[in-house]
Design a protein around this ligand. Structure first.
Ligand SMILES: Cc1cc2nc3c(=O)[nH]c(=O)nc-3n(C[C@H](O)[C@H](O)[C@H](O)COP(=O)(O)OP(=O)(O)OC[C@H]3O[C@@H](n4cnc5c(N)ncnc54)[C@H](O)[C@@H]3O)c2cc1C
Length: 373
């Protein structure tokens, strides 16, 4: 059977690694001429790390990044709103949550692929279904295959061609991401901190010895110059200014937050969507890539056990309700986190503080537990 994976993002690469491990042949087509790390850092939560453990990568990825002991939500002046200690999950799943530079992770995964299975500079422009599926490229080439896994991101060409539902939603939030060359005070070494202001938030986490990944968001769809960005967080604890002032702004990534409104089906005959192409989410739960990585584990398992159409159907059954839950929860969480009205945001903080930690653990467990295949 010939399988084509469209896109060498974290979803496509992880799928490739599983297929390779299972002895199933495939080819990846990637539009760029090399892997360009989008965004500065990424948090791999316990679900993603369990999947990487199945590939035998837990130790190496943990070494390449920085493992976390807690995830904190605070006010812009560091008053705790919510704190989740990761120890319970570390013990339950025998992996740690890891913050890592995206480019480091992507190159690690590419280097783990044994065969020459990625064709770069190959942009898919159309997919035609039939007995065999025909894939057309922007350079005029075309190929035939038995099945397509479209891991081509939120603006998936394959989804736009073959699936009817393609509603991209925008919550009016602009996001900046960067890496600061700074050594954090000792108490921040293994924590992810996200500070909530009024209509804005700022998060930061250590990803390597002298590197801190940060992200900042405002209720807006406007781009900002460097000084305006610095000023826009002037009400925050001074650590924010320190982090921003040690950042190379030429490398700051600026984008408007968006997601894909959940769609009714992820596959059509022998073409199947995976990762952001199927269920792009806002980044508020830090789960987009983690969900793509879970997809990779599920789809490859079912492909190794069943004919392709059954495999795609079982993959959707195993994954869709959870991924849709993440998309919807993340959307609501993003709106909640950037409430501008001071009275409503003070009330929000009070309510979140009152939530028992056992409830928080249960909610996180739903996200971190892998599907039973
Ligand atoms: C601000 C922000 C912060 C985030 N933080 C986190 C986090 O901490 N943790 C987390 O788990 N997730 C996070 N995410 C989400 C995460 O980035 C995505 O969910 C993840 O990258 C999706 O992976 P993917 O492989 O599905 O798609 P992508 O990463 O988008 O990869 C798609 C690939 O397909 C290629 N491609 C596209 N079209 C074509 C075509 N026509 N032909 C050939 N190739 C094509 C692209 O070049 C790309 O390489 C964050 C997202 C944002 C916006």
């Amino acid at each position: 059977m010939s399988i084509v994976i469209v896109g060498a993002g974290l979803g496509g690469l992880t799928t490739a690694l599983f297929l390779e491990k299972l002895g199933i042949s495939f080819q990846i087509y990637e539009q760029t001429d090399q892997i360009k790390p989008v965004g500065a850092g990424i948090i791999l939560a316990h679900n993603a790390m369990q999947v990487f453990d199945k590939l035998g990568f837990k130790g190496e990825i943990t070494q390449l990044g920085n493992s976390l002991t807690s995830i904190n939500i605070t006010t812009n002046k560091f008053q705790t709103i919510n704190r989740i200690e990761t120890l319970y999950f570390d013990e339950k799943y025998a992996v740690k949550s890891v913050a890592i530079q995206r480019g480091v992770l992507q190159h690690f995964l590419i280097n783990k692929l044994k065969n020459n299975c990625i064709t770069f500079n190959k942009k898919v422009v159309d997919v035609k279904q039939g007995n065999k599926t025909t894939i057309l490229f922007s350079d005029g080439d075309q190929i035939e295959c038995d099945a397509v896994i479209a891991a081509d991101g939120i603006n998936s060409v394959v989804r736009n061609q073959l699936f009817k539902e393609n509603e991209i939603r925008k919550p009016n939030q602009m996001c900046w991401r960067g890496i600061s060359n700074i050594t954090l005070p000792i108490n921040f070494q293994s924590e992810l901190n996200e500070m909530w202001g009024k209509g804005s938030r700022f998060g930061f986490v250590k990803i390597s010895k002298n590197e801190v990944y940060w992200y900042g968001l405002h209720n807006s769809s406007q781009k900002l110059a460097k000084n305006d960005l610095l000023n826009s967080f002037k009400d925050y604890d001074p650590v924010v200014r320190k982090i921003l002032s040690q950042t190379n702004f030429a490398k700051v990534f600026e984008s408007e937050i968006s997601d894909l409104k959940p769609i009714s089906s992820w596959f059509d005959d022998n073409v199947c969507l995976l990762g952001d192409a199927a269920h792009a989410t806002t980044p508020n739960l830090g789960q987009g890539a983690c969900q793509a990585i879970e997809d990779a584990y599920a789809i490859s398992y079912y492909i190794s056990k069943y004919p392709i159409n059954t495999a795609f159907s079982k993959y959707q059954q195993a994954r869709k309700s959870k991924a849709d839950m993440v998309v919807n929860l993340s959307w609501r969480f993003g709106i909640l986190s950037q409430i501008k009205n001071p009275i409503i945001s003070a009330f929000r903080n009070f309510v979140i503080k009152s939530i028992p930690s056992s409830y928080n653990l249960k909610q996180s467990e739903k996200i971190y537990t892998l599907p039973q295949l």
